[in-house]
Write a protein that binds this ligand. Structure first.
Ligand SMILES: NC(=O)c1ccc[n+]([C@@H]2O[C@H](COP(=O)([O-])OP(=O)(O)OC[C@H]3O[C@@H](n4cnc5c(N)ncnc54)[C@H](OP(=O)(O)O)[C@@H]3O)[C@@H](O)[C@H]2O)c1
Length: 266
């Protein structure tokens, strides 16, 4: 099966209005998939939709909604009932940076809704359709912070750990049924959200910050071949050291020092 046969006719990108999400949309469009683009900012979705349909001659449907709403997944499913969706990319996330108690409970719950509740429901609801067709794919975005406790982004990291375990489990469960699941465990990426979190420069670590197109390229290459990918050689090396060479306690302390330097203003 070629890419279109395996993952066509429609790809759905949740969190598509800019940078990483928009890059996923471009990549799928360039491979001939029609697109459903989801995010809150309608004007950004409309302009991306116009650009991609002009450039690649594909059909694009936009859905402007807030994925932290409890029925967001159902709304998406309802609005796409007629479309043959073959690929889901769940890219949207909310990240509450800072000391745990200095963020409101609303922020922590919004992380749970955006990063766990919505992708879980979409994997369940769209997964049923993919399994029924006997082919398709799902990509969930996660973060290197999810491999161990990560102070100052504690709940965000915990939500991203959920995505790793869910995707790996579904990879094993659905592989024999023709559905490829991948989790993309990314290090820092130059996105507006990352920049807006105002990380302080952290010397050597800031050198490994990646461009969105590199991350997407490596994720697309890994889809259908393996359950997870860590884009970037530096990130793969750092993750190997953190997970396999350092005692877990030391890795947690090390991560905490790095994140304190990035996010706790002295
Ligand atoms: N940036 C990094 O350094 C980094 C590192 C590791 C992992 N990641 C992962 O990569 C993914 C994307 O990262 P990013 O956020 O930095 O960049 P992004 O892809 O540039 O932006 C996030 C996208 O999600 C949409 N979105 C966010 N909250 C939403 C909501 N509640 N409802 C609907 N759409 C929503 C945003 O659009 P609207 O604002 O228009 O809704 C935007 O299109 C996330 O899953 C993140 O965990 C990023």
């Amino acid at each position: 099966m070629n890419f279109q046969q395996r993952y066509g006719r429609w790809g759905l990108v949740a969190g598509a209005s800019e940078e990483l999400g928009a890059e996923y949309a471009k990549e799928l469009a360039s491979r001939g998939l029609n697109l459903i683009l989801v995010a809150r900012r309608d004007e950004l979705l409309q302009s991306l939709a116009a650009q991609l349909s002009d450039q690649y001659g594909i059909k694009v449907k936009t859905i402007a909604l807030d994925l932290s709403e409890s029925d967001a997944a159902e709304q998406i499913v309802q609005q796409t009932m007629e479309l043959e969706i073959g690929l889901l990319v769940y890219n949207a996330a909310f990240s509450a940076v800072g000391p745990f108690l200095e963020r409101s409970m609303d922020d922590h719950l919004k992380e749970i809704h955006t990063n766990i509740h919505a992708p879980l429901k979409l994997v369940y609801l769209l997964g049923q359709r993919l399994i029924a067709r006997g082919h398709g794919g799902i990509i969930l975005m996660s973060s290197l912070s999810a491999f161990q406790g990560s102070a100052y982004i504690s709940n965000y990291a915990a939500t991203k750990a959920f995505n790793i375990v869910l995707a790996e489990s579904m990879w094993e469960e659905w592989r024999p049924r023709g559905v490829d699941v991948l989790v993309c465990v990314s290090g820092a990426v130059k996105t507006p959200n990352y920049v807006a979190s105002e990380p302080e420069q952290t010397g050597r670590f800031s050198d490994s910050t990646m461009e969105p197109d590199q991350v997407v390229r490596e994720a697309m290459e890994a889809l259908g071949r393996q359950p997870f990918v860590i884009p970037g050689r530096m990130n793969r090396f750092a993750s190997f050291v953190m997970r396999h060479l350092l005692p877990r306690k030391v890795a947690i302390q090390f991560m905490g020092r790095v994140l304190r330097g990035m996010y706790v203003k002295s």
